[in-house]
Design a protein around this ligand. Structure first.
Ligand code: CP3
Length: 330
């Protein structure tokens, strides 16, 4: 590729009028059962923005919902769990995932996309900590009190839970790669709520296992979280090929923390895009300058596209990244 590649987390979704037009009532988990529809939603931002990658339209709780844990995604809220995970006995509700039987529509969507796309398709899974936080809290949380209490008061159950979730993630990712996904991203969106010592003891081993087990798949493995400035070295240590960085840490600083190995992905503040094109262009150039000189940068936002974003801004942003990085600057 002659330029720095660019794609956006949550590029498919409510900021696109064509998404709102297609989106049926009810849970995203219901929409996913219709491969033609899920594939079309995945393609919409690729057509409109000219991004260099597609990300599968799915959700991090789809696999745990498919093994029958009793999770749904409420529009405007997020994942909601009927009977949250509270003690050892709940492990029995998390059997192994058999992708071909439990959610065959995901691989079917990937196969359709692999046939239609001329850019790579990124598959994904939720990291064990972030998925566990939904299962334990029962809904989106600000302070993760129950999650932290479980890990600190019953570490054996906690580690067993993360181990189950790691196995489910690996099964899901392998099925996506087998069907044609050419990279995978592991979303540990909420890991930034943890201090580094707690992250290393209670979370990193399960995430590392996913990355290790996916190493043989031959596809690049991206690890992303929000507010993870103090965890970036650990994200690299976990074995990621690409470390996602949110907007709080300049990429040159992130590079020092991550070391020379992994590529960096990020990290324009998604709120800047809502402020309009002027601020977006200015901040995007700053991001590119901070990435400059270091090898391996995938341009992205520091977190997902916000629903209030004007799609025209994201379209121009792809052009800017391509133009600025095609002039032999890198
Ligand atoms: O374009 C893409 O990035 C691909 C699709 C994607 C979705 N969810 C679609 C979705 C991806 C990669 C996810 C992962 C996901 N789901 C994460 C990790 C990424 C992140 O944002 O940090 C998390 C934390 C979830 C859990 C979740 N699902 C939340 C918090 C929400 C938002 C609830 C809301 O309505 O505000 C969802 C629902 C969801 N997942 C939507 C989309 C496009 C929006 C609502 C819908 O149309 O139903």
């Amino acid at each position: 590729m002659p330029w720095t590649p660019v794609w956006y987390m949550r590029q498919a979704g409510r900021s696109l009028p064509e998404y709102r037009a297609l989106r049926r009532e009810g849970s995203i988990l219901e929409v996913l059962r219709h491969p033609e529809l899920a594939a079309e939603i995945t393609l919409q931002p690729v057509r409109r923005y000219g991004v260099d990658a597609a990300i599968l339209y799915s959700d991090i709780v789809a696999p745990v919902a498919a093994v029958g844990f009793g999770v749904d995604v409420t529009p405007g809220v997020g994942p909601v769990v009927e009977r949250p995970f509270s003690s050892r006995g709940d492990l029995a509700r998390l059997r192994d995932l058999e992708p071909d039987l439990d959610l065959p529509w995901v691989a079917e969507t990937v196969r359709i996309l692999a046939g239609e796309l001329d850019v790579p398709l990124i598959g994904f899974a939720g990291a064990p900590f972030t998925v566990a936080s939904y299962l334990v809290e029962g809904r989106p949380s600000r302070d993760y009190l129950r999650t932290k209490a479980l890990m600190l008061t019953d570490p054996a159950t906690w580690h067993a839970l993360l181990d189950r979730l790691a196995s489910i993630a690996v099964a899901s990712l392998r099925a996506q790669v087998a069907a044609g996904a050419s990279a995978v991203q592991i979303f540990d969106s909420w890991a930034g709520t943890l201090d580094p010592d707690t992250y290393r003891r209670f979370v990193l081993p399960a995430t590392r296992r996913i990355l290790t087990e996916m190493a043989g798949s031959g596809v690049p493995r991206i690890l992303f979280g929000v507010g993870t400035g103090e965890l970036l070295a650990d994200f690299a240590d976990a074995g990621a090929d690409v470390v996602g960085v949110d907007w709080r840490v300049p990429l040159d600083v992130a590079r020092r923390r991550v070391g020379p190995g992994p590529a960096l992905q990020g990290n324009l503040d998604p709120a800047v895009c809502v402020a309009g094109w002027g601020p977006t262009a200015e901040r995007a150039r700053a991001v590119l300058a901070q990435a400059g000189g270091t090898s391996g940068h995938v341009f992205n936002l520091g977190h997902g596209v916000l629903p209030e974003t004007d799609p025209a801004v994201l379209e121009r942003l792809v052009e800017l990244v391509h133009e600025e990085t095609s002039r032999g600057r890198r």
